[in-house]
Design a binder for this molecule. Structure first.
Ligand code: AMP
Length: 223
């Protein structure tokens, strides 16, 4: 079979340039400009442009768990959705890029999920803060009040260098008692809490005020 003659594509058939402002169709009138994107996150499909709305739909609310009167914010649907997980991690990590974070301290247990991923993105150490009796080496321990009763958190004593800049991460900020206790463990080692970061903040419970003057970054805010 004779080889078909190859011809250079004409202007008409050439694929239009992608992702720039060149109007298509030569002399035809240029289309009206697109409205400006409402979100800065790169590589997010148009339907996901509003990352906040997308992620918010994936927080499941479970009434009366783990006890009557608590509306539990279940983040497992968010974790099951890779796009949502990326959106949250990108937004939080972006806030701290170039700020020099030496270590991310994650609070057991859901703080490990986000804290570990953020530490990798920020090129920082990851340090777990755990419930009592879980860490095998010498630990510092802090007691703190919960809504009902007391609890304790521990951190390995050799986790942080003196003067280190630390980001404390958990899934949710409620009254701020848990995060403040983790902050106290950071201070015990002569390190500084540069900021606290959460996926969800329950604003009416006053956690942000309790953690002041340290900056608090949260992705989703609820009344
Ligand atoms: P707090 O010390 O009051 O700020 O409580 C924050 C800690 O308790 C975090 O580790 C959360 O995972 C957990 N927590 C508190 N309230 C809720 C809630 N409504 N839904 C899910 N987790 C919660």
């Amino acid at each position: 079979m004779a080889a078909r003659k190859r011809t250079a594509p004409t202007t008409k058939t050439r694929a239009p340039a992608r992702g720039n402002l060149t109007p298509r169709g030569g002399a035809k009138k240029a289309p009206p400009p697109r409205p400006a994107a409402r979100h800065h996150l790169p590589h997010v499909a148009p339907e996901l442009v509003d990352g906040l709305t997308y992620v918010r739909r994936l927080i499941r609310e479970i009434p009366n768990f783990p006890q009557p009167g608590i509306l539990f914010k279940d983040i497992t649907p968010l974790l099951a959705n890779p796009k949502a997980f990326h959106i949250v991690l990108d937004a939080i990590a972006e806030r701290f890029m170039g700020e020099h974070i030496d270590a991310v301290v994650g609070i057991e247990s859901r703080g490990f999920i986000f804290g570990g991923a953020l530490a990798a993105r920020l090129n920082a150490s990851f340090v777990p803060v755990r419930k009592p009796g879980k860490l095998p080496y010498r630990t510092d321990k802090v007691s703190y009040s919960l809504e009902y009763g007391e609890s304790e958190l521990e951190m390995h004593r050799d986790s942080l260098a003196e003067g280190a800049r630390v980001l404390v991460v958990d899934d949710l900020l409620a009254t701020g008692g848990t995060a403040a206790a983790a902050g106290e463990l950071v201070h015990r080692q002569g390190a500084y809490v540069a900021a606290y970061a959460f996926v969800v903040e329950l604003c009416s419970l006053g956690g942000r005020e309790r953690l002041m003057p340290v900056p608090v970054v949260s992705f989703l805010m609820y009344d």
